[in-house]
Design a protein around this ligand. Structure first.
Ligand code: 6GU
Length: 224
């Protein structure tokens, strides 16, 4: 998979691209991630990428011209172009699976007060990561990249994400490691029993119980 990110703050992606599972996936050529500075695409003699809002009002608006030129330089007929905005469709694990099937994803991040409305006509999809406001789309795009890249074949062990919370709309069952007892808190006996049938049953029941208590809304969902 190839991912291109258009941003005004490319440095926000430096550590993100180097560390942990994303860093390893890049090194192992499971994904290519390219960061582009939208400012490099402006034709304005003062390198401006934003301007005042027509009709007045506070805050600067990202201009369509540098965004269009940046998009044109990276998109092909196979690209899915996504705009990061709190006005978008709310992202979830089902969407992560959908995105993980694409060959090429382009993520457009805005800062400032907003995007010129006409930029919306240049993209395939608008995504939000939740009902709160971030100062820009960069962190949101990193959330998308992280959750999609770990689903690419060979990035993590397959079993590892088949058991993730939100698959089957259930939260994870509890897990434990050494020691078997810590300050009086014991690992449940069933996990030390070696009986895998019983362990699987216990884990399923625990998942169900946790979901009922913490996220009953997930049990009502049928669409994903
Ligand atoms: Cl994608 N962008 C911004 N600026 N804020 C957000 C968001 C995106 N998703 C949730 N809040």
């Amino acid at each position: 998979m190839k991912i291109d990110v258009l941003t005004l703050f490319p440095k926000m992606f430096e550590a993100f691209k180097e560390e942990s599972i994303i860093g390893r996936a890049i090194k192992n050529k499971k994904v290519e991630i390219n960061i582009h500075n939208i400012r490099d695409y402006t034709l304005d003699k003062h390198n401006r990428v934003d301007d005042y809002s027509y009709g007045g009002g506070k805050g600067m608006v990202l201009m369509i011209e540098p965004v269009k030129r940046a998009l044109d330089s990276v998109r092909t007929k196979d690209s899915l172009v996504i705009m990061m905005t709190p006005q978008g469709e709310v992202y979830n694990q089902k969407k992560a699976y959908e995105l993980s099937k694409y060959k090429h994803i382009v993520l457009l991040c805005g800062h400032y007060e907003g995007f010129d409305e006409r930029i919306r006509s240049l993209v395939d999809l608008e995504l939000s990561i939740g009902d709160y406001v971030l100062t820009g789309g960069e962190l949101a795009s990193q959330v998308i990249i992280d959750s999609v890249v770990r689903l690419i074949d060979g990035v993590i062990e397959k079993d590892s994400h088949l058991n993730d919370s939100f698959n089957n709309n259930l939260l994870d069952y509890p897990v434990y490691t050494h020691p078997a007892e810590f300050e009086g808190m014991k690992v449940p006996d069933v996990l030390l029993s070696g009986n895998h049938k019983l362990i699987d049953k216990w884990r399923y029941e625990q998942s169900l119980e946790k979901t009922k208590n913490k996220r009953p809304d997930l049990l009502k969902k049928e669409d994903d």
